[in-house]
Structure formats: structure tokens, C-alpha cells
Design a protein around this ligand. Structure first.
Ligand code: M6R
Length: 606
């Protein structure tokens, strides 16, 4: 979603801001802009609709040597994508970039009669509000803090003034902001990836905090101007991890690196020789794990589907454990009840998803223990949960989530085994999970190496259809949902996932020659029932792509067979094939694979 960068130092601010915005492109956006201020208090404001490359063209014809400025990539919420709605927004001497939503912007706007509004954004209202407090004797910081006390909503903001060109004021409530501390320079970013290569030292702003950033340091305070001591942390992401490294797209890189990312997820946690799982970081004693009677798994999109798949494993592993999987944006506003001895597992790649964060806070407010299954180290959700497991999949740049899903399922499964161990479940029952978790990286590697070309060919066959149905039973049902989500996100083919058994309860009415059907099949007790679903489609002239780990004869237009040692965890392998399938279809259709239209990587507004 929207991205913020800021700089104050000795280098050319335009260069630093532009390169920071390029790093944030993956988050999804529709316009971009920067403002810099020179030594004689003049501002250069440049904004462009469309890609950062368009802004880059503007910068090359308006270059300057200013060493302070702020920049933004905007994902439209209030007002269409356009140059006039792009940030920074100006009011008087000040310029503002903003992530989040000012919910009471209409009420505030009605009071701001001295400002002539030119954009349709809530951010211009915020700029005008700050400006209304920015009298001749007021500091920028005081004006910002007074304005923010009237604001209802979420924000991460950076503000500069032509009157005080030696500082950038930033503040946060619900939308991440990180301050990079360098030598004679300070950088600001809404995402650590924009800081990599500049500094590894960072201050993560908490909600309700603001900071005055100068060349030689940072002053932190709360909204009432009370000083706060800053905690400088080390960012651990390296440059390699955020580059394509020869791949055509980040998505293909991220699908391909799953064997390694899984190794990082499992490393030191799967103790094969003892057939045990050892997760650090849960902050729960064996006794507390033993007492868990109910698990609520919370997430959105792919993270929700990872939770859904893992819920089958948790139920299979532990008797007398109820497991529910909920969509964060729904659960948050329901009159839900979580019984005593509940644990909430909050699943998120970015650790910044606003719906998931709001849900986490509501669950915490009710006194429930919360554990995070998070990828982004230091993210807001990771900081607010009581404990948890980092999945260590590394930065996921492509908007479509792939490697995070795989690692989330692995991490949640490890959690299930650890609870089972604590509850005294027999090793015979948990051993197969531990063994298959240990096998997972090599097996996924084999699947990718063996089937990549095949999936590229299969994708060509189905790339021109308008609609798709993904079907699976049992643990393949969540995989069908995830397969459909992946395909629709990057190919724009309308794709729906269903439990195979549901086919005849409605969706079968849709089938015609504009449809193809992906039927997921696994060896096991539901194989024959799944075949019945396939036959029902064949009987209606369907175009079935069957993806299976079975060697049995299957009557389908196309069959992709996976030879894997995985059994319980085979759905993860079949999902990797779906990822490749969706990727090659999107490529065949000429789509922007890494930044699909209308989507944002990190959805930081509710
Ligand atoms: O960062 P999160 O895991 O919390 O994100 C949740 C969803 O927004 C995300 O999985 C989304 O559905 C992806 N675009 C799926 O590919």
C-alpha cells in the first residue's frame, strides 16, 4: 500500500528519496511524489500519476542539490489516482506525506475555512490542520502534535516545512514508521526495505509516538510533547534478499527459493532424532501449552488459507482441541466468545495488515493469549503479540504471497506438534508430522525441479480461459481456495475455490466451455469420493486439470502427477505446483506479475 520515505543529511535528497520509493514499489501504488527544501527555504514539489519511473523523469528535468525531503507512493483511498491527489500535500509552508486514513476528515475539513482545498484527499485536510496550528511562534513539532490530537484514524506521517528546513517531523498511529540512524544523516521509511544499503540501525516508532529527525540525531516524544528514550535496533535484512537475482520476476524467485526458506523456518526447531519439535519464543510453559483447549487462527487472504490448512493438522494431532480459523476483518466485529484456555494464533506475512492487527488488539483486550506466526521481523503485529514464531521466509516482495504460505503452514504445524507433545500425545502419532516436516525442503525442491517446465506448458493450455474452479477435499480444500486466490490475483481470470463435495450443491451450474477446473486429488480415504467430483465435471464436458500425488489412472484432460515422499504434508507440494501454474498463466497473459492491478502488498488500512 502507500509508502513513505524521508531524508535529512548531506547527500542529494532527491536521489535517496527516489531510490527509497523504488524499493517500496512492490507494496502497490498508483502515483508518487517527493518534495525537497533548499538552503534558501524554497521547496521543489514533484508528483506524477503512475509509476515511480514517471516521477524519475520529472526529477531528471528538475534536479537539485537539496539535502532534506520527503516522498510517497500512494494507493488511492480518498480521491482517484491522479497527480493532484498524489502526496506530498501542501498547506502554507508545510508539506505532508501520509499513510493510513483520517476517519474524521469531513468534520475537520468543514472547520478549515482558510484553506482552499485542491485535492480530494484526507491527507490535504491533515496538512491544512497542521498548518492551522503553525503560527509564527509555533514549532513544526508542536503544530503537528496539536493537530494529531484532533485526528481520528490511522496514520504514519512525515512533515517538512520551508520555515524549518533542518528537520523532518514524523508520527505514527497504526501505520508503520521506521527511522534509520546513519552518520550525519537520518532516513525515514514506512518499510525497512527502503533503509537497506543506507544504515542497519533503526528506531521503530510505536503508536502515539512522534519524532523530530535532524542530520545529527533524533528526538522522540509522545503527542503531549513528553520525551521518550529511543531504542535503536539492528535491521537484519541484506541487499541480496530484496533483489531479483537473475529471475524475471520476484514471484518466480520466491516460488523457487521455497526449499531454502523452508529450511530457515524449520532449522533448529525440528529435532528429527528425537522426533520432537522445539519452538522457542512462544513464551508459554509446557503446563500452559498442555492447558490449551481452544485455538483461534486469525489471518487474511493467503495467511487465512494457511491457517485453514493447518487447522486440519492441529485437529488431527490433538484430541479435545477445538480449532477455529477466522477472517480477521470479520471476526474483529463479531460478538465472538473465546473460551477459557484459548490461544489466538495471528498469522501474517507482513505483520502490518490492518485488519489482522485490529483483530489482535481486540482479542488481547479480552485477555486472550496471542501468538504471532509472522514473517517480517520487528513488524507491528510481531511486537504486540505475547509470543510466537518468526517463519524466517525472508522478504516477500511480489504482491502474491507464495513462500510465506508454505512457511506459515510449516510453522503452524510445528506449533500443533508442540502442543501435542505437551499434552502427552504419543510419539507414534506425532512422528510422521516431524518426519515429513524434516523432508519438506528437499521434497519441495524435487517438485520444483521436476515440474517447473511441465507447469509452464500446462499453463499455456489454460491461459486463455475466462473462468476457473479449484476443487479439493479435506486438506486439499484450503489448497483449492489458495490456488484460486493466486490465479485470480495475478492472471485476472475469475477463479473460485470450492470443497469438491460442494460442487453439486451449486457451482456445477456454472460450467461451460469458458471454464476450466483444477481438481486436486490425494491418495487416501477420500480419493474415490474426489474422483466422483471429477467424473461429474467430465460428464458435463469439463476441461479438467488434475493435480495429484496418486499413481492411479485418472480420467482428465490434463494430469500432473507428483512423485513425493510426503503424505500428510503433500498438499503443500501440490500448492507449489499451483503457484507455478498461476505464475506462468500470468506471464502468458502479459500481466504485471509482481505488482498486479489494484492490489497492495501490505494492506495497512481496514
Ligand atoms: O501480510 P499478511 O500475510 O497479513 O497479508 C494478508 C493478505 O493481505 C495477503 O495474504 C494477500 O491475500 C496476498 N496478496 C495473497 O497473495
Amino acid at each position: 500500500m502507500c509508502g513513505i520515505v524521508g531524508y535529512i543529511g548531506k547527500r542529494d535528497a532527491q536521489d535517496v528519496l527516489l531510490s527509497g520509493l523504488r524499493r517500496l514499489e512492490y507494496r502497490g501504488y498508483d502515483s508518487a511524489g517527493i518534495v525537497t527544501i533548499d538552503g534558501s527555504n524554497q521547496a521543489t514539489l514533484l508528483r506524477a500519476n503512475g509509476k515511480v519511473a514517471e516521477l524519475g523523469k520529472l526529477v531528471s528535468t528538475n534536479q537539485n542539490k537539496d539535502s532534506v525531503g520527503i516522498g510517497h507512493t500512494r494507493w488511492a483511498t480518498h480521491g482517484e489516482p491522479s497527480e493532484i491527489n498524489a502526496h506530498p500535500h501542501r498547506a502554507g509552508d508545510i508539506y505532508v506525506v501520509h499513510n493510513g486514513i483520517i476517519e474524521n476528515y469531513k468534520e475537520l475539513k468543514a472547520e478549515l475555512k482558510d484553506h482552499t482545498f485542491v485535492s480530494g484527499t484526507d491527507t490535504e485536510v491533515l496538512a491544512a490542520l497542521i498548518n492551522s496550528f503553525y503560527g509564527v511562534d509555533t514549532s513544526l513539532c508542536d503544530a503537528v502534535s496539536k493537530a494529531l490530537q484532533l485526528v481520528v484514524g490511522t496514520y504514519g506521517i512525515a512533515v517538512v516545512s520551508t520555515r524549518q528546513p533542518d528537520e523532518v517531523v514524523v508520527a505514527r498511529a497504526g501505520s508503520p514508521l521506521i527511522i534509520g540512524v546513519g552518520k550525519d544523516e537520518t532516513l525515514i521509511a514506512s518499510d525497512a526495505s527502503a533503509l537497506i544499503g543506507h544504515t542497519s540501525q533503526a528506531i521503530y516508532l510505536n503508536d502515539g509516538e512522534m519524532a523530530i529527525c535532524r542530520r545529527d540525531g533524533v528526538e522522540l516524544q509522545d503527542l503531549n510533547s513528553q520525551p521518550i528514550s529511543a531504542q535503536v535496533e539492528t535491521i537484519e535484512v541484506d541487499m541480496q534478499a530484496i533483489q531479483k537475482q537473475g529471475y524475471d520476476h520476484f514471484l518466480l524467485k520466491e516460488i523457487s527459493e521455497q526449499p531454502q526458506t523452508l529450511r530457515s523456518t524449520l532449522n533448529g526447531r525440528v529435532i528429527v532424532e528425537d522426533k520432537r519439535i522445539q519452538l522457542g519464543g512462544l513464551n508459554l510453559t509446557v503446563e500452559q501449552l498442555k492447558d490449551i483447549e481452544h485455538v483461534t487462527i486469525i489471518g487474511c487472504g493467503t495467511a487465512y488459507y494457511a491457517g485453514l490448512l493447518a487447522s486440519y493438522y492441529l485437529e488431527q494431532l490433538v484430541d479435545n482441541l477445538t480449532v477455529e480459523v477466522v477472517i480477521a476483518s470479520e471476526f474483529r466485529y463479531r460478538s465472538f466468545y473465546m473460551p477459557k484456555n484459548s490461544v489466538a494464533l495471528v498469522v501474517s506475512q507482513s505483520g502490518e495488515t490492518a485488519d489482522t492487527l485490529a483483530c489482535l488488539r481486540e482479542v488481547k483486550r479480552r485477555g486472550v493469549t496471542t501468538l504471532g506466526i509472522i514473517n517480517a521481523v520487528g513488524s507491528t503485529i510481531a511486537r504486540e503479540v505475547d509470543g510466537g514464531v518468526y517463519v524466517h521466509a525472508g522478504p516477500e516482495i511480489s504482491v502474491a504471497s507464495t513462500k510465506a504460505f508454505t512457511s506459515q503452514v510449516a510453522a503452524l504445524t510445528m506449533f500443533g506438534v508442540q502442543v501435542a507433545q505437551a499434552k502427552g500425545v504419543s510419539v507414534q502419532r506425532t512422528a510422521q508430522y516431524v518426519e515429513e516436516l524434516a523432508l519438506l525442503p528437499d521434497e519441495i525442491e524435487k517438485v520444483i525441479t521436476t515440474h517447473q517446465k511441465e507447469m509452464a506448458e500446462v499453463a499455456k493450455k489454460y491461459a486463455s480461459y475466462d473462468h476457473a474452479l479449484f476443487l479439493g477435499r479435506d486438506t486439499l480444500f484450503p489448497v483449492a481456495l489458495e490456488g484460486a486466490l493466486k490465479l485470480k490475483e495475478i492472471s485476472y481470470i475469475q477463479a473460485e475455490g470450492y470443497a469438491t463435495g460442494e460442487l453439486k450443491h451449486g457451482p456445477i451450474a456454472l460450467l461451460d466451455d469458458r471454464f476450466f477446473e483444477v481438481v486436486l486429488l490425494m491418495e487416501g480415504w477420500l480419493f474415490d469420493k474426489s474422483i466422483s467430483g471429477l467424473s461429474e465435471i467430465n460428464a458435463r464436458g469439463g476441461h479438467v486439470l488434475a493435480i495429484t500425488n496418486s499413481a492411479k489412472e485418472i480420467d482428465a484432460e490434463t494430469v500432473v502427477r507428483v512423485d513425493t515422499k510426503l503424505d500428510i504434508l503433500a498438499p503443500i507440494a501440490l500448492n507449489v505446483l499451483q503457484q507455478l501454474f498461476a505464475y506462468y498463466i500470468a506471464v502468458a497473459r502479459g500481466n504485471d506479475v509482481d505488482q498486479p492491478r489494484n492490489l497492495a502488498k501490505s494492506v495497512t488500512v481496514e
